[in-house]
Every structure is written in structure tokens, then in C-alpha cells.
Ligand binder design. Sequence first.
Ligand SMILES: Nc1ncnc2c1ncn2[C@@H]1O[C@H](COP(=O)(O)OP(=O)(O)OP(=O)(O)O)[C@@H](O)[C@H]1O
Ligand SMILES: [Mg+2]
Length: 449
Amino acid sequence: MFNRSNASGENKEPIKVVVVDDIADTRENIKKLLAFEDQEFRVVGTAGTGIEAVRVVQETQPDIVLMDINMPDMDGIQATERISKVYPGAAVIIMSVQADSDYFRKAMLAGARNYLTKPVQLDELYNTIRAVYKQHEFARMQQAVLTNAPVDMRSATNAMVNDAGALRAGHIIVVYSPQGGTGATTMATNLATGMMKKNTKVLLVDANLQFGDVGVFLKLQSQSTLHDLVGKIDDLDTDFFDSIVTTHESGLKVLLSPPKLELALEVEQTPNAIARILEKVANTYDFVIVDCGNYLNESQLSLFDMATKIVLMATPTLASIKNARFMLDLFDRLNYVPTKTMFVLNQVEDERQQRAGRVTIPTETIEKHLKRQVEAKIPYDQRTILSAVNKGVPVITYQRDRTKSPIKELVDFSEHVYNSLVGDHAVDDDLDIEKTAIKKKNPLLRLGR
Ligand SMILES: Nc1ncnc2c1ncn2[C@@H]1O[C@H](COP(=O)(O)OP(=O)(O)OP(=O)(O)O)[C@@H](O)[C@H]1O
Ligand SMILES: [Mg+2]
């Protein structure tokens, strides 16, 4: 399915692979398997220990590293960690006999992108390398710029902006609050809309399976939801996925949560359903925003793991800040880099607004207590937020004037997230939300979606 030629049809270089295993026979076997497809894969180096692996990767600058776990000197997990730091352009795929999820979780946290269980099957080997190569496009481009290696900028740009089947960055942004009613759905719907720039494809996923509100917030109804995907995860293709996704009138793509509780329970019984679906389709989008439920389970942890950013929502109240602290501690224990989490305060009241009986805590006190900076403060404004919800539009499209609170803060935060992920590529013009107003008046344009 994945064709390694660029938009103009030229063939590209084979995917460069380094094979790391302390057993020489295993290295040779894998080399032979890859040699069957020598147009597509080229083994550029091998290593028998972790330390050697780090050196060989720096020397040969591969696209993919196939990494054993148990090795003398530095083990595969430590070597993966090192490689992610010294040469992040290479994507590590762990190979191990241990089919133990805890073990693999550690490897993924160390920076591995996927894993293979030994003995490695031919098809699985090819498909995993292809999938990881595709997912790692953005990191490779960044690495190429960093090392000043020759990079086909035209094809790199194409990869980011082309329509139909093109490879995209696939950043996953998980919006989470441990407490209900904090504003996760408000944030997710607005963040998704705010990140829709020209040529940018955004998907909003309602991962609050049982009580998802995205459909209500955006006035979307569809018979096709996440539930339709669970039985087909293993051979999910993007065409089928696209047929399940709903399109909001702004152009935003939305994957809705199941319409009935019993269907939600079925999805929940499928381990890591959403993470596995996103693993397959995220790269057909630039950004995937995930609105999560507030419970914490294995599936939620997988989503945190695979996220590029976690937007942690809280309100400035005692209970909410206590819960945010639990989450920040958990993220520390999971070894997430601090920049992975963006801490946002919602429903921040000024003195005039302070509601009777509600003790709100000043931002500085919260920052000091959590030892975390608040990355955005969204003011309390029930009138604007509820009116937008009643109308079924994201708050930031509700009024044209984006200098007014709370629209300004929501727009500023989406810009902040966008810039933190895309950096210099940011094109600060032509927010699609402006076109929404036009589309509303022009049914032909809406039909075109
Ligand atoms: N900044 C705000 N000012 C005033 N009201 C707000 C604000 N943000 C959200 N709300 C309101 O608070 C309620 C909860 O918001 P929202 O549904 O976004 O939270 P949630 O965390 O997704 O909740 P749930 O736990 O139900 O999923 C909604 O009625 C929403 O309109
Ligand atoms: Mg919600």
C-alpha cells in the first residue's frame, strides 16, 4: 500500500537499516530477509552490543534501527534512549522474545517506535519497518536540517502539504482532565479548530467513549463512529477510516464516540483500541486532537505514551489542583519530558466574577505548588461558551472578533501549541475558521466538503 516514490513518481533510495543483536546468526538472518527486498531496504550496518550500536548509528545515519534487548554492556533499552538523543533521525524498532507488555512499554518510553517479537516473521518485519519509516518522516526531516545533510526539500514539503494519501506529521495531542466538567471538550474542540491552517489536516477524536460530548458541542450526528472501527483494527486501511470520519462544516474531521453505552463498552473491551487505530491513521493527518474521558486505565496510558503533547486541564480549585498534581507526578514517573505536558487552567475568574462558595486559588500559588508553569489561562465566561455550544460551533468561530476573551485565550493557546510543534513552518495566515463564516452562507462550498 505504501509507495516509496514521491509525488512526481521518482523512486527513492532504499530505507537504511542497522541491525543490532548480540547473536551473529540472528543478525545474518535478518540481513538475508531484508536482502530479498533490496530495492526497498538496505542494511547499512550491524552491531553486537548496545555501545557499538550507538557508534554505528552515528556513523551510518540509518532511517531504522532493529534493536535486540538483551545484550552485553549497554542493553537495548539504554541504547535506544541514547540513540533517541544522539541521532533522533533514526527510528528504533525493538526485537525481543519477551512478549511482555511492561517490557515493551519501557522500550517505547525510551524512544522506540514499535516492536517485533522474535522469531521475526518476514511480512511483519517488512510491514513494521514500512509503517515506522512512514511515521518517522517528520523527525527525519528535522534531523536532516540539523545535520545539514542534503534533503530533498521539495519532497519534504510535499509530504507535509499534499492531499490524497500524502504523509503527514501525525502529531497526537491528548486533552485530559482527571476531573469531569473541567473543560476538556471545550479545549479539544477549540484547539482542533484553531490548528486548522491552510493545507493542514486535523482530526478530532472523541475518546470519551461512554459520555462523549464532541457530537453535541459541534452539532454532529453520524451513524459511523469509533465502534465501527474496533472489529477491523488489524487490517484497517485509510479509505475505510475516512468513510467513518464525519466532517464538521468548518472542514474539521471528527471521529465520534459510540452512540450507545453498550457499544462504548465493546470498544472499551478491545485493549488499546484508540491507540491502535491512531497508530495506523495518524500519519494521514498533521494533528490529531484527542478528547479523553477522565478515567485512567491502560488504554488511556497508551494514548499518553503515544502523544506528542498532553494538554492537562484543571480549574483553579483545590480538588482540581490536587488531581492535576497526581497526574503530573504520574507523568514524571513515566519519564515524560516536562515539555510533553502543557498545563492549562480553565474557568479562571476575576475578582468580580468569583462565585459564592467557590474558593479559587491564584495562579502564582498553583505554579509554586505544582512547580509547573501555567501555559494558558482561559477565563470563566459562561455566556460565550454556552452560546457557542448551543449553536454547535467552536467558541473561537462564534464571534469574528478574536481579541475578546475567552476567544483570544483559546486562539492564542492553539497558536502556541501549533508553533511548539511546527516551529518555523508556522504560517500565520488564513485560519480556516475565517472561511467557516463564508461557508455557512454558501451551501455549495459546504456541499463540496
Ligand atoms: N472557560 C469557561 N467558562 C465558563 N464555562 C465553561 C468554560 N469552559 C467550559 N465551560 C462549561 O463547563 C462545562 C464543562 O465543560 P466541558 O464539557 O468542556 O468539560 P469536560 O472536561 O469535557 O467535561 P466532561 O467531564 O463532561 O467530559 C460546559 O457546560 C462548558 O460550557
Ligand atoms: Mg468532555
